[in-house]
Design a protein around this ligand. Sequence first.
Ligand SMILES: [Zn+2]
Length: 410
Amino acid sequence: MRRGTNLPAVGGFNQSVVLDLVRRAGEGISRVEIAEASGLSPQTVSNLTRRLLADGLVRESGKRIAGPGKPRTILTLDPRGGYAVGVHLDPSVVTYVLADLEGRVVLDRRVRTPRQVQPEAVVTQMAQTIGALVEASGVAPDRVLGVGIAAPGPIDRETGTVLDPPLLAGWHRVPLRAALAERLGLPVGLEKDVTAAATAELWSPEGTSHPHQAFFYYGTGVGLGVALDAEVVRGSSANAGDIGHLLVRGDGPPCACGQRGCLGESASPARMVREAADLGVLDLPARDLTLVEVDRAFTRLATAAAREDPQAMEILRRAGHDIGRALVLVANLLDIDTVVCGGPFWDRLAPVALPEVRRVVDGDPAVVTTHPVRVLETALGSDVTALGAAALVLDAVHSPRPAGLLITAP
Ligand SMILES: [Zn+2]
């Protein structure tokens, strides 16, 4: 439980404590209950809630009778009090969401990631799309609190820089956070994609009951977001979660690292569609495919599997086996009890692969956890990572934790 302090100089901290209590209360909370839960004096709580009411972040929602004495006024979050934009930069597709103060998606939009263009062009496109999204939503621009970006790693979170993501051609040390903050005139935060996705799951109604969970991200590349004790795990440079070189198949395809059977290679959409072409399931040019071509070919592979083409099904089933094997290693290492799966390519993989993932996680000889590990699909759909990026902004508003979002103010 977070405790407040009654010193006047830390009103911002205490305000976050109060706002966080109101958000978590869901059905509402009285000033007396806020004082009891936070350790703040009734006078301090009264002052802070007056400011939050004036700012439109909370509202009074009726009265509740609690024992003798006069009925207590109940405070709830005003979801329309503030909004955040979340941007998920995947090498294949950029997803935008506008989320309200409770973390609900108001409006979303998906745009194909421009191919082989300079990062400046991507920043310009992002700024224009965000402006159009806010305008289309009808939300007053001054109610938008900030923008969170989720990007493939590695990132430099301190400086808000996208370093050298292996799948984003032409990106080298791009100061995305500062560039976008300057263009938009809004605070901007940058987070690794898998960390953002894990944050969104923690924020979801289901997430509060899974404090020890991992998010398996299946996009152009694979990754893992981790939450332990209901806090996301970032690591020393905020780049935790690279599972690409977990060995999952002794006779698997060669990886750039020199080993065979690394998860990032064996379960990669690019390799799977190439294998499908080699077996005659797909007709693809012999040259290296662009990311968009891989994306489209993967859809055709999933369609072939849905028509019960045995070779297509076997390729997807084997990816499910390899992912299951990796999740066993992860669950053994971290003692998590829940894995949530999602990401831009997940929905196409899941019909064939998910039963296999679950079969392996339930029964692989390497399982050592003493409890079952549930493998779930995200209820947040393709918006999950972008919503997580927006949640980072909202979390910075709500959360008094000192290790909150590092933001570049414009
Ligand atoms: Zn490797």
